[in-house]
Design a protein around this ligand. Structure first.
Ligand code: FEO
Length: 164
């Protein structure tokens, strides 16, 4: 069994992951409307991944005899002034998610909840990857700056993203 405190925190994390999915879906729609189909594809795949992250918490709570409590998902921003601005927001968001995961890990450690710690280890590693991949895209978009040609190339590269 998990404690009520941990259950509440894990349910909150389901919401964080679902909001992440919503946020990236909103970015995908914004990219698509600007004909940046490669970036849109990248973000749609990211949105799918975030949904899977939410489901990992969902199954974990139920598997430990807990109760899933789905909370309202906040409305995400609808448009960004540039692809760079969107990816910078994604990077900031991932840093926030890393903090959420670290806080959960700290709580699980204090509670001597080893099963939750073990489950969270996957997320600790995943966050290193997520921050690195989005950080690399931000750095490349900064290089491209106002070059339309550069953005075209970048969009093509983002469109090559494959399922993990
Ligand atoms: Fe599920 Fe991108 O953090």
């Amino acid at each position: 069994m998990i404690t009520k405190k941990m259950q509440t925190a894990l349910n909150k994390q389901i919401n964080e992951e679902l909001f992440s999915s919503y946020l990236y879906l909103s970015m995908a729609a914004d990219f698509e409307s600007r004909n940046l189909t490669g970036a849109a594809k990248w973000m749609k795949m990211q949105a799918d991944e975030e949904f899977e992250h939410a489901m990992k918490f969902f199954h974990f709570i139920l598997g430990r005899g807990g109760e899933v409590d789905l909370l309202p998902i906040a409305k995400p921003q609808k448009s960004w002034k540039s692809p760079l601005a969107a990816f910078q927001d994604a990077e900031k968001h991932e840093q926030h998610i890393t903090k959420c995961i670290n806080d959960l890990y700290e709580m699980a450690t204090k509670e001597k909840d080893y099963a939750t710690q073990s489950m969270l280890k996957w997320f600790v590693d995943e966050q290193v990857e997520e921050e690195a991949s989005v950080g690399e895209i931000v750095a490349k978009l900064e290089m491209v700056a106002d070059s339309k040609n550069g953005l075209f190339m970048m969009d093509r590269e983002l469109g090559k993203r494959q399922e993990d």
